[in-house]
Design a binder for this molecule. Structure first.
Ligand SMILES: [Zn+2]
Length: 492
């Protein structure tokens, strides 16, 4: 753990001392950083969201409770806030999932979790041969040949440790699922990429278009099945997946707002998604950052700071189903996007913020560096000027709006990602507070500094797609087809 540098402690002490007129006249960014490093309800809010409301998959009753609770927390802080509706194409929630593996003289029941938008199996389950699909590479499916047809294919995975592994997993899954479906499989079973019997809900690539059972099997159970298969023992899998599915429905973002004084018609957005998957309680993904966004709004209001531009504090919903809440926002607020100066997202747990992804717009870096000056002691910060897909900056980026994603150390994000273990106790509360100071001054900087970051044209967005690895990332996250179809992203 890094020590808080003296400069930050000085800021903190100065602003938590009894308020005198002189202190109130200090640099607003330094005062904001100091307040965020002091005592605030940040930890209590995260504990309430995770322990009391719990896992909050979009479409669930817990998700609606989280929306109403978060709205009230903005209001408690004196921050104007509203629910903003958007459409989700299809409801998908797991009620329960179970599996039994049988063979000659063999029977065991490994734990499984259905993958999002897996089909249900009916009460008696689906029974089919379980076959070894290796790593799911082309040669693995070639070796399986006709044996894949109608079978449950079991795909071995590498254990997930960090963000790089996570992006690799998403990217490989897209190709594996395409091969599996081409091979006529009955259902897909991934070995859990988490240790022991830990389960996670990994997004499948097809989304609501998926038409067969897909699940993750605990690593120990999947390893046992693979050892048996590799010794030549034929196995059968019975999976019972009870899924609640339904048609399109309305979900809600929660958006707090502090009006600008000099340029109220210009907007700066700071966002973190409020929804989570439901095996755990979504502390790292993404309760921590959602509660950080709320606390930044609260402290700006409490200190009575007046930004030049209007700041919107967005708790997105439907992120896990395809970045849907932020997509909905860009549609609802389409007429204002020319006046969106910057939209930022935080979504990598509580690892240290080491810089920002600036989406291919180098002009953001000097603004960032100026904004970060009051917390330079929490650095060093180094920015990555490339586009990144996987969280709620996506539709802003594809609409040409300057966007940032907090680039955080992986810390414990990977192993707990979408897993049963994503619980309050995994959050690094001290680092979350330091991150809040960083995110706070960046938000404040973009809301107050003189800058010129015009929205990109459709042609400029198109060249970003063509000139970088953006298209591959879009394919990994299932958003490429909508771009090609012209239904998502800026078009002439
Ligand atoms: Zn997330």
């Amino acid at each position: 753990m890094r020590l808080v540098p003296a400069v930050i402690l000085a800021v903190s002490l100065a602003t938590t001392a009894p308020m005198r007129p002189a202190a109130a006249q200090g640099d607003p960014a330094e005062r904001l950083a100091g307040a965020l490093l002091g005592t605030t309800p940040l930890e209590d809010d995260l504990e309430t969201l995770t322990d009391e409301i719990g896992g909050r998959a979009t479409g669930s009753a817990a998700n609606l409770r989280a929306v109403d609770w978060a709205l009230q927390r903005f209001k408690d802080a004196g921050v104007e806030a509203r629910k903003e509706p958007f459409q989700v194409a299809a409801l998908w929630l797991e009620r329960s999932a179970a599996a039994t593996v049988t063979g000659e003289g063999i029977a065991f029941a490994p734990r499984v979790a259905a993958l999002p938008f897996s089909t249900a199996t009916g009460r008696d389950g689906l029974t089919a041969p379980l076959v070894d699909a290796g790593r799911g590479r082309p040669e693995d499916f070639a070796a399986l040949g006709a044996k894949a047809k109608g079978a449950f294919v079991l795909v071995e995975t590498e254990e997930l440790h960090d963000i790089e592994g996570l992006f690799r997993e998403y990217s490989e899954a897209t190709a594996i699922e395409a091969r599996a479906i081409a091979g006529g499989i009955g259902g897909l079973v991934y070995m859990s990429s988490r240790p022991n019997d830990l389960l996670a809900r990994h997004n499948a690539s097809l989304g609501p278009k998926n038409d067969r059972p897909m699940m993750m099997m605990e690593r120990d159970g999947a390893e046992r099945a693979l050892r048996l298969l590799r010794k030549g023992k034929p196995l059968t899998l019975t999976a019972v997946l009870d899924i609640q599915s339904g048609p399109a429905y309305e979900s809600y973002n929660v958006v707090g707002e502090i009006r600008g004084t000099r340029r109220p018609e210009e907007f700066v957005v700071i966002g973190g998604h409020l929804d989570s998957w439901d095996l755990g309680t979504g502390a790292l993904d993404n309760g921590a950052n959602a509660m950080m966004v709320l606390d930044i709004a609260r402290q700006i209001r409490r200190l009575g700071l007046k930004p030049a531009r209007t700041i919107r504090f967005a708790l997105w919903n439907g992120e896990e189903q395809g970045l849907l809440g932020s997509y909905g926002y860009t549609r609802t607020h389409a007429a204002e996007l020319d006046r969106h100066v910057m939209a930022s997202s935080y979504d990598i747990g509580t690892g240290r913020i080491i810089g920002f992804f600036t989406g291919g717009r180098a002009a953001m870096i000097p603004v960032l560096d100026r904004a970060l000056a009051p917390v330079a002691g929490l650095g060093p910060f180094a920015h990555v000027n490339g586009p990144v897909v996987g969280t709620d900056n996506y539709d802003f980026m594809m609409q040409g709006v300057p966007n940032l994603v907090g680039n955080q150390e992986s810390a414990n994000y990977g192993p707990n990602y979408h897993a049963r273990s994503d619980e309050f106790g995994r959050a690094d509360l001290r680092q979350l507070r330091l991150n809040a100071a960083i995110a706070g001054v960046v938000t404040w900087g973009f809301a107050t500094l003189d800058l010129s970051l015009p929205r990109q044209s459709a042609q400029q967005v198109d060249s970003l797609v063509r000139g970088t690895d953006l298209a591959d990332q879009m394919k990994s996250f299932g958003v490429y087809d909508a771009w090609v179809a012209g239904t998502r992203g800026r078009r002439p």
